[in-house]
Design a protein around this ligand. Structure first.
Ligand SMILES: Nc1ncnc2c1ncn2[C@@H]1O[C@H](COP(=O)(O)OP(=O)(O)O)[C@@H](O)[C@H]1O
Ligand SMILES: [Mg+2]
Length: 240
């Protein structure tokens, strides 16, 4: 599906999310306004507990907001039922997680193929192409346990791309990786953004923010700064 250029990739207005009740309640998101344009590479930066994962999950249709509106690729997702949300995710969102979340009993190729089959998007030929695009053509028949962390994360990126999502949401994608491998994953995400994909990287790591077009900082569920990066660093040049 194509969308008009002026359609925001993500538009959040007054998004609030509270967990728990009464004295035990935690406001994870407290009136977040955020508009992200197609093709932007946005880093959501903030300390642990600041609401980053909740923001990611609200945009991705995993959690619903208590108040406010969430529009992704022109679709308002606020009042959708769970089954519709699953459809929304299939159509619009690719997820990458800190701990890869691959299926251990499936090979790299099968981990990607299962998504293509489940969603009916793409075809079998695309699977090898996707693995090739993340530099893993020669490891397609390996199981996750036979791959390094960085290689597993590449499979996870290939899997996330299998539905040709409007937005790639990566929640702490380098959190379980060493510096060298983490940078390779960031370079991959930066390349995807350069080729027009909207990419959101959620991280507590300030160094990662250097590669972004834009850095949105969350503290206690609120956006405390939203800055455009005029000269994003290349992922290879970042260190932490
Ligand atoms: N499912 C949940 N139930 C209760 N509290 C939650 C839940 N998810 C997140 N929280 C709370 O919401 C706040 C924000 O969490 P989170 O979005 O995971 O932050 P971050 O990803 O920045 O570490 C934290 O105080 C966390 O404990
Ligand atoms: Mg988190």
């Amino acid at each position: 599906m194509t969308h008009a250029r002026h359609t925001a990739a993500v538009q959040l207005t007054g998004v609030t999310k509270t967990f728990g009740e009464g004295d035990a309640s935690v406001t994870a998101l407290d009136g977040v306004d955020l508009t992200i344009s197609p093709g932007e590479l946005v880093v959501i930066l903030g300390p642990s507990g600041s609401g980053k994962t909740t923001l990611c999950n609200v945009i991705g249709g995993i959690e619903s907001a208590d108040a406010g509106t969430v529009v992704v690729a022109g679709d308002e997702i606020g009042d959708r039922k769970p089954a519709d949300l699953a459809g929304f995710r299939r159509e619009h969102i690719g997820f990458v997680f800190q701990f890869f979340n691959l299926i251990p009993t499936l090979t790299a190729r099968e981990n990607v193929a299962v998504i293509v089959e489940m969603t009916g998007r793409g075809d079998a030929g695309d699977v090898d192409q996707l693995l090739d695009s993340v530099g893993l053509a020669d490891r397609a028949d390996n199981f996750p346990s036979q791959l390094s962390g960085g290689q597993q994360q590449r499979v996870a990126v290939a899997r996330a791309l299998a539905t040709d999502p409007d937005i790639l949401l990566a929640d702490e994608p380098t959190g379980a990786l060493d510096l060298h491998t983490g940078k390779q994953i960031l370079a991959l995400l930066q390349d995807l953004s350069a080729s027009g994909r909207t990419v959101m990287i959620i991280t507590h790591n300030q160094s990662v923010a250097q590669i972004a077009d834009r850095v949105v900082t969350l503290v206690d569920g609120s956006v405390v700064s939203d800055e455009t990066n005029d000269a994003p660093a290349s992922a290879e040049d970042v260190t932490w």
